[in-house]
Every structure is written in structure tokens, then in C-alpha cells.
Design a protein around this ligand. Structure first.
Ligand SMILES: Nc1ncnc2c1ncn2[C@@H]1O[C@H](COP(=O)(O)OP(=O)(O)OP(=O)(O)O)[C@@H](O)[C@H]1O
Length: 768
């Protein structure tokens, strides 16, 4: 029997080796073609550079554009993709024989006679799928871009709805070497043959292999294993708003990133207006940043954390939950409106305005000045833009005091006299000095700084915040400092953006130019002589400084506060949207208020809703523990279905006197058990302390605050004192749910006394 098994194994091995060799031959052919294309691109660039600067401005701009395109292409081709070619589908004949622009047949349905009554069929087409498309010299498709319509069946085909696909293959390669293949048969009942040979099936599923891999500190693309329900979202038409809901680990972030790449591929011209991806934290930005380049996309897409959306402002701190709740609430809008008007009065303007006109002294007293100010403020324009009107009304009032009104009955002479008066007075130092102090040009930071004075803020917030809230808000703004140059919190940034609107944006400091994709190409500096900015470069620079986008993708949308929705909304006023989130993970306390602000930001655009239902991150054992908290946080809400199980139950331990020592011990243990990362999630207040606990455990272990864990994942996690996390804020149970759903393999929970663990160490909150 053993001998028989060994024979079967060795036959399987030889079939596998043969199939790997088949794919290797194809990959070799692809690389030969890529090399030819690299030479073509290099030639084009050299040639363009040699032509130097001669020519009309139009020709020069065209040359720049050509070099730019060649540069991007070269950059992409030179980029050694880890697995450039990753998929293959074998298809039977379609209903018609039409071919698309990529050379593949377009028909999705099999021809009536494609499958014979004895359940045999011939493979009529084999397509290889990769990160970018490659055509052979005769325009036959060597590799189809994963975003092309012809590649859709690779993702969409299922045994229930196979279309023309008989076999779907994932190819694993490194550099130029094919390492393995994994097949799924879409119609296992059919015996299909290719070139007279029966089509074999190797391995048992590429998805499980991908999910089991160790995690690093950066996210990987999922291009070789996108699932059908995810593909529907990625390829949804971008006509209006796509809203995607799904529990932890259902691939929302991954889908959002792949969608950006898909939209660009589909309609590059339309999205030359830029795609913005809004992420909740800088940690999540850093985690996801590499995915788009790995899909062959650079430039055009800006990934920004909520605290970095406003030019020139970078949030470096977090507010405690009570303060965040005040700053995020739409009640702040009224407070800010009053603050910008109130801040005008803080200049050190003298009580009265005195000038000399027509040889005599005229002056305006405080009550008159006040009346003028209120009159001007009756307008709706931004405050800084009302300054010319304030200047005009001051001049009117002063002129009236001179008694010159009515001195001339001839209207022309009267107008001349008035214009001479205006010119004299408005260039006088006294008048200018007064105007600058009385109607100062305000900056958003200056207004925020003014709000740090509790008594003053109380006047502005009286109707909208209670005295305790006013005190908490004023205190937190002291960090901003009297001149507004101190550190900002994530929630301050949305206030700053609102103030920008209310004040009328002052001249913006120029953003440092982002790296030109051309500059990234080695050796290009030598090819291109230094010169003035070209039209093309100017367009590029404007793109880098852009504040409105053609498409906005909001990740972890459940966490945006009403004020943040207003800020993000401004960036996509005329664009289309993709909004992904999970209400069960929301750390915002008033979901109805946030929903109203979200509706306002998205306007009346039609919405298309999608739901993702499968949890690809957590093993079933971890998901089960997390679902206990979900039941407390959102009773009745269904968790997503975990797709795999590891057999490893979560571990519960109770710390003695020394919480740090217990956490350290558990982290060390997990580091020995997993190959990748270990995340230690603590209450926000314990962040610094926890970093100390892990100080010398190496880079694979990281400590993070509960709110920073959003969107991230680790091979193993240690969740420290669930009750501390849950009691941190009114939304604490949902934050705990986030913390418990970060592990791809193992979860350990360390309880403190306050968690009231039972004899087995299971804290009260997590008991079944
Ligand atoms: N089709 C897939 N093939 C392989 N891996 C996948 C697939 N879909 C998702 N994953 C993996 O599952 C994990 C979770 O994905 P992702 O972070 O996008 O989920 P999420 O819904 O945004 O989660 P959360 O709501 O917790 O932030 C990631 O490691 C991702 O690579």
C-alpha cells in the first residue's frame, strides 16, 4: 500500500514539475519581450533628450510629455515585480468569436457546442494574467493586465457560475523563476483537453496559501486571489458613490486600494484630476503605501491620513476621547463662526480712529466703529474677504464727518472730491495702521489660538457647549500656543480646514514639490539639462498641490466625525466616491450625527451599496472571541464568516503585580511561535509605557494604542486589559472589538485585576 502511495505521489510530483516547466517557458518568453520593450523605452528617452531644447513651445511640451510617458513605462518595467505574472485561465470557446483590444475573446458565455454531451471539451483560449499587460510582437496577448475586462473571469468565475473558465491557476514566482502553481477547477465534472492532452489540476487552493503567510509591517496586494464579491466592488462603475460595508478582515482596505488602481487603468484621462485615499492614521498610511506601486500604479493617487489633509498642517497628537468628541461634533461649526468674528476684536486697535482731512481733524468713536463692524459682518462672505468693505465703510463714515457731503452740487466735482479724500486717507499711515489692527488678516491658527482663552471661548460657545465642554476645549487648545505654531491634534486639523473656509484662504505656503516620477529614474538627471518649468511640469506641480479630486476613497469611514466629513467632503465636491467602513468598529460616539454629516458630504448622488461577508484575516478561533464583544457592542449584528481555522485557541492570562512583565513575557513567547509581527494593543494612555515594556524585543514586536490599531494586522496580538480599552470612551466596546480582530494567527489576552478574570484567566467582558 505504502509503495502504491509513493507511486501516486511521485506521479503527482512529476505532473506538478511538468506544469511548473510549462509556466516557466511562458514566463521566459514574457521577460524576453519585456527586455525588448525596455530597450525601446530607453531609446525613446535618449532620443528625446538629444533633441535638446530646440523647437516651438508646443513641440517642447509634447517632447516632455513623451519623455514622461516613456519614463513611467521604463520605471514600471524595471520594477522587478515579485510575481509579475500570477494567474492563468483556460477557457472553452465563447458564443461569438469577437476579440477585444487586448487580443482576447470577449465572449463570457460558452458556445452551445463548447461542451460535448459526454462532458468532454477542448480548451480554446489560455490567458495569462499579470500586473501589467504585455503584447507579443504580433499583438498576441502574452500577459493580460489584471484590470482589463478579459481578466475579470479570473476573479469572477466560480463553480456555481463558471462562464467559459474550466481551470483557474495561480502562479507563484520570484523574480524570473516560477516556484509553484495552484489550480481550482471550475467545472470538475468536465474532462477538458489542451493540445490533445488532459488538463491537470495541481494543489488545493491559492487563497489559503496566501492567507497563511507571515505578516510584515507593510500590506501586500491581493491581486492573485481577489474573491468574486470583492471583484464586484473593485470593478463597479464609478458613476456616483459606492458604499462598501463589511466586518473586520473582509478586505475593505485591500479592495479600496485595488479599486484606485482599477479606476486609473479604466479611464486615466478622467482620473488625471487625481484620486484621494483618506486613511484614519499615519500608521495605516505607512502600512498600505506600498500596495499601489506593487500594482503598477504610482503618482495620481494620494494616500493621506485624516491629520494630514490640510496643506501645511500635520497632526502629531491625539485628543482624549471627551475632547475629540467636542471637536468632532457639528456643534463646533457655530462656535467657529462666532470665533472668527470675535477674533477680529482681539487686535490692539485704538478705541477711536483719528485722521486729518481737508485741514481738520475727524474721528470715529467706539460706538460708531462698532456699528460699522456689525454692519460689515452682516454679510456672508469669508471674514478676510470682507476687509475691503470694512475699509470702504470707514471711509464713508469719516467723509460724512468732514461735512464735505453736499458741498458741491455738481456731481462730477463731488465725486472728484470724494475720490481725492479716499486716496489721501487710505494711504495715510494712521489709517492703515488702524485698519490692520481693527480688521486684521486672520489665519486659522490664530483663531484656534484665540479660542484657548476660556473666558473668551465661553462668549463664543455659550449657546452650543456647556461650561465643562468649553473648559475642556480651551485647555486642549493651549497646546497650539499664542502664535498658533504649536502642535496640532488630529481633530484640530478639521477645525483648521473649516476656519480656512470661514476666513477665506490666505495665500497658502507652497507645498514642497513631491518627487517627479521622472526624477526617480537613475541617470535621467544627466540626460536632461536644467531648465525652466515646462507646461507639463507645471501640470504635475498643480496635481501635487491639488485640494479637489476626481475620486475620493474613504477608508474606515465609520470613524469620521461630522467635522471631518465636512473637511473630506470639500475635497470631492465634483468627484465620485468610494466609501468603505464597518459601523461595528466605529470609535465615534454619535453615529446618527456622523451619518447626517456623511449624507451632506456625499450630497444627493445616487449610491450603490455592497457588502463583504467573509473574514480573511482572523482564524475562526479568534473571530469567535471577538464576536462576544460584538454582541455587547452592537447586539444582533452578524460578524463576517471566518474563512479558515488554525486549531489554536486564544490564550488568556492574568498579570500579577507587574502588568509590564506579564505582557513582555507573552510577547516574547509569541515572537518564538510566529515568523512575522506581534502587535501589543493597550489603552491609549498606556502607549508610552507599553513601548518601554517591549524596548529590547526587536522590530517584530510593536506597541500601539487602541485607536492606532485601526486597519492594521499582525501574525499575533496581545490585547492588554480589555476593560481599560472598553472604558476609555463611550465607544470603547467597539474599539475593543477592533483590538481583538487584528491577529492573523494567534491572540493572547492579558488581564489586569480590573478585568475580573475567572480561574482560567478569561476576563469578565470576554466570557461566552
Ligand atoms: N482575496 C484575498 N486574498 C488574499 N488575502 C486577502 C483577500 N482579501 C483580504 N485579504 C487579506 O485579509 C486581510 C484583511 O484585509 P483588509 O485589511 O483589507 O480588511 P478590512 O476589511 O479593511 O479590515 P478592517 O475592517 O479590520 O480594517 C489582509 O491581510 C488582506 O491582505
Amino acid at each position: 500500500m505504502a509503495a502504491q502511495n509513493a507511486a501516486v505521489d511521485s506521479t503527482a510530483d512529476s505532473v506538478r514539475d511538468r506544469e511548473i516547466a510549462v509556466e516557466q517557458t511562458h514566463l521566459d518568453q514574457v521577460y524576453r519581450r519585456l527586455e525588448e520593450k525596455i530597450h525601446e523605452a530607453e531609446f525613446l528617452m535618449n532620443d528625446a533628450a538629444k533633441r535638446g531644447q530646440v523647437g516651438t513651445p508646443g513641440a517642447l511640451a509634447e517632447r516632455d510629455a513623451q519623455v514622461f510617458r516613456a519614463g513611467i513605462h521604463l520605471n514600471r518595467l524595471n520594477n522587478e515585480f515579485e510575481d509579475f505574472l500570477f494567474g492563468r485561465i483556460d477557457l472553452v470557446l465563447g458564443k461569438d468569436g469577437e476579440r477585444g483590444p487586448d487580443g482576447a475573446y470577449t465572449s463570457v458565455e460558452p458556445a452551445d457546442d463548447a461542451i460535448r454531451p459526454d462532458l468532454t471539451a477542448d480548451i480554446a483560449e489560455t490567458l495569462h494574467i499579470g500586473r501589467i499587460g504585455v503584447l507579443d510582437t504580433d499583438y498576441a496577448p502574452l500577459v493580460i493586465d489584471w484590470r482589463a475586462p478579459a481578466a475579470a473571469p479570473f476573479y469572477r468565475s466560480t463553480p456555481k457560475d463558471p462562464g467559459r473558465v474550466i481551470r483557474r491557476r495561480v502562479i507563484r514566482s520570484k523574480g524570473r523563476k516560477v516556484l509553484g502553481v495552484e489550480d481550482d477547477l471550475m467545472r470538475p465534472e468536465i474532462t477538458a483537453s489542451l493540445d490533445g492532452r488532459e488538463l491537470p489540476a495541481i494543489g488545493d487552493g491559492a487563497l489559503m496559501a496566501a492567507l497563511g503567510r507571515a505578516r510584515t509591517h507593510t500590506m501586500r496586494d491581493i491581486v492573485s486571489s481577489i474573491q468574486a464579491e470583492q471583484d464586484l466592488v473593485i470593478r463597479a462603475p464609478a458613476a456616483s458613490v459606492a458604499e462598501v460595508a463589511g466586518g473586520p478582515g473582509t478586505g475593505k482596505t485591500a479592495v479600496a486600494l485595488h479599486r484606485a488602481a482599477y479606476l486609473l487603468y479604466q479611464d486615466r484621462r478622467r482620473y488625471s484630476g487625481g484620486i484621494l485615499i483618506v486613511s484614519p492614521t499615519p500608521l495605516l498610511v505607512a502600512y498600505t503605501e506600498g500596495v499601489l506601486p506593487s500594482l503598477g500604479e504610482e503618482g495620481q493617487v494620494a494616500i493621506r491620513a485624516l491629520g494630514s489633509l490640510v496643506d501645511g498642517a500635520e497632526a502629531t497628537t491625539y485628543d482624549d476621547p471627551a475632547v475629540a468628541r467636542i471637536k468632532g461634533s457639528s456643534r463646533m461649526l457655530k462656535v467657529l463662526r462666532k470665533a472668527v468674528r470675535g477674533a477680529l476684536e482681539l487686535g490692539d486697535a485704538p478705541e477711536r480712529l483719528r485722521v486729518v482731512a481737508f485741514g481738520r481733524r475727524v474721528e470715529l468713536e467706539a460706538p460708531e466703529l462698532n456699528r460699522i463692524r456689525q454692519n460689515v459682518l452682516g454679510g456672508t462672505a469669508p471674514v478676510n474677504l470682507l476687509r475691503p468693505r470694512a475699509r470702504k465703510l470707514l471711509l464713508d463714515a469719516l467723509y460724512a464727518k468732514t461735512g464735505a457731503n453736499g458741498r458741491h452740487s455738481d456731481p462730477e466735482l463731488a465725486a472728484e472730491l470724494r475720490s481725492a479724500f479716499d486716496e489721501d486717507i487710505s494711504t495715510e499711515d494712521d489709517f492703515l495702521g488702524f485698519l490692520n489692527a481693527w480688521w486684521p488678516e486672520l489665519t486659522p491658527r490664530r483663531v484656534l489660538a484665540a479660542m484657548a482663552d476660556e473666558r473668551r471661548l465661553g462668549r463664543w460657545s455659550r449657546r452650543d457647549l456647556n461650561p465643562r465642554e468649553t473648559r475642556q476645549l480651551a485647555r486642549s487648545l493651549r497646546r497650539v500656543g499664542p502664535d498658533g505654531s504649536g502642535p496640532l491634534s488630529v481633530h484640530d486639523v478639521a477645525l483648521l480646514d473649516e476656519l480656512n473656509q470661514l476666513l477665506g484662504a490666505p495665500a497658502r505656503p507652497k507645498r514642497k514639490r513631491e518627487m517627479d516620477p521622472l526624477d526617480q529614474l537613475s541617470g535621467l538627471e544627466e540626460l536632461m539639462p536644467t531648465r525652466e518649468e515646462t507646461t507639463w511640469e507645471r501640470a504635475e506641480r498643480i496635481a501635487a498641490e491639488r485640494t479637489e479630486y476626481a475620486h475620493v476613497i474613504v477608508d474606515e469611514a465609520q470613524d469620521l466625525t461630522p467635522m471631518q466629513w465636512r473637511m473630506v467632503g470639500r475635497r470631492g465636491r465634483t468627484g465620485t466616491w468610494t466609501v468603505v467602513g464597518d459601523p461595528a468598529q466605529s470609535s465615534w460616539t454619535d453615529p446618527d450625527e456622523a451619518a447626517a454629516a456623511r449624507d451632506e458630504a456625499l450630497g444627493s448622488r445616487p449610491r450603490r451599496r455592497f457588502t463583504l461577508t467573509v473574514n480573511y484575516r482572523n482564524p475562526a478561533e479568534v473571530a469567535e472571541v471577538a464576536s462576544r464583544v460584538l454582541e455587547l457592542a452592537m447586539p444582533g449584528m452578524e460578524p463576517p464568516t471566518a474563512v479558515r481555522s488554525t486549531g489554536l485557541e486564544p490564550r488568556f492570562t492574568t498579570a500579577g503585580e507587574d502588568l509590564g512583565a506579564a505582557v513582555r513575557e507573552e510577547t516574547r513567547r509569541l515572537l518564538e511561535q510566529v515568523d512575522g509581527t506581534v502587535g501589543v494593543v493597550v489603552a491609549m494612555d498606556r502607549r508610552a509605557e507599553a513601548a518601554g515594556w517591549l524596548a529590547d524585543l526587536g522590530e517584530r514586536a510593536v506597541a500601539l494604542g487602541s485607536l492606532e490599531a485601526k486597519g492594521l494586522e499582525y501574525d499575533a496580538t496581545v490585547v492588554v486589559s480589555p476593560v481599560e480599552i472598553a472604558e476609555e470612551s463611550p465607544a470603547g466596546l467597539r474599539v475593543l472589538y477592533v483590538a481583538l480582530t487584528r491577529a492573523t494567527q494567534q491572540l493572547t489576552v492579558v488581564s489586569a485585576e480590573a478585568d475580573r478574570p475567572d480561574a482560567a484567566g478569561v476576563p469578565e467582558l470576554l466570557r461566552p
